[in-house]
Design a binder for this molecule. Sequence first.
Ligand code: ARG
Length: 460
Amino acid sequence: ATGKVWSGRFSEPVAELVKRYTASVEFDQRLAEFDIQGSLAHASMLESCGIIAADDLASIRKGLAQILDEIRAGQFEWLLDLEDVHLNIEKRLTALIGEAGKRLHTARSRNDQVATDVRLWLRASIDELLALIKGLQLALLDLAEQHVDTVMPGFTHLQVAQPVTFGHHLMAYFEMLKRDAERMRDCRTRVNRLPLGAAALAGTSFPIDREMVARELGFDGVCENSLDAVSDRDFAIEFTAAAALIMTHLSRLSEELILWMSPRVGFIDIADRFCTGSSIMPQKKNPDVPELVRGKTARVTGHLMALLTLMKSQPLAYNKDNQEDKEPLFDTVDTLTATLRIYADMMGGITVNKEAMRQAAFQGYATATDLADYLVKKGLPFRDAHEVVALAVRHAEGKRCDLSELSLDKLLEFSPLITDDVFAVLTLEGSLNSRNHIGGTAPQQVRSAIQRGRKFIETL
Ligand code: ARG
């Protein structure tokens, strides 16, 4: 009844099941604004190259403006029979303006059209995501600033290793997000290329001006091979890989928040508004948000695998397989957007139990390396110093006390090089302050890392 744009070649209508199976309008209508933007630029170019008349262009502009209004007002009627976002809009345009509407698709195919729409949409999404990364980085910087000298145990193998500051620990995540932001920015440069003009696969016989369309749509240039332009989705894969990495970073942080909030650890508390209760155990307050972030990371990683697998066996050029790029890509952006937003808020809702962190740093001989370094500075080769301290730790463990609680006489039994200046080295603060070089945990260094961080986010 609606008359498919391509039905001329067919002797019977498409089966109902097939129609539903092949249609994408339910999800690709989300590209509508970008589809219209692309059509407007394409039409302007057609007119300025003398391919359509000025009054056709005027009608197309008027019609598309009305369609945009209808879509924004939620009054546009999307028809499954019309397959996808492109054909729905084109059919409506023709209903509104007649002949001129049918001329819009001159020198264009849905193949270069959809690739253009997705790139425009993804470019806008990346810009929004960069702002959200910045927001989360700001929240990390603010929390780190409050804790430049809050001592906590640093771990390896989840065993107490050396003292660090909580600020330093948070700034590690800042660094990850900094690389993530850089990756997004870099990916954007490859997203920002224009496929239009490639038409179905080989280019078009019309005297088009691709550079003009690229300029009008804010692309940095055109895709330089028509076959590649319509069939490449590596920009989407690259984006999803960068997104999966962000989720992976936040999943690691989530794992730590969950651990730190466990009553067995008690380093932090997360504001009630980010937690939920149990339907059976009245006492429970569960860290659902970080747990879900950890869970949703699986989903985004899955989308990356889906897109890689989608591409791996496709011969050139366009294949309908590519229609399956959209849902993983859309869901990746939605999941990441929601995650970054909630995370920035949640960081502001964290309270820190400094005393619990400090006490934990006393368990596990966190300053043992400092004692070894101390002996090295007195002339002992590091391997020998390591051995001396290992014996001292064994002794202290037997006495159930910290190294700093051993008497000077006792320490002298392990090495004659030890004098009473050793006790400054064995304190947590002594240990922190001694790691005073770029990248080290000394509060002074954490302060300058935060300063550098604030400068970086200005560039986002
Ligand atoms: N809905 C299609 C997609 O998402 C648009 C391109 C269709 N092109 C075609 N020749 N069937 O890929």
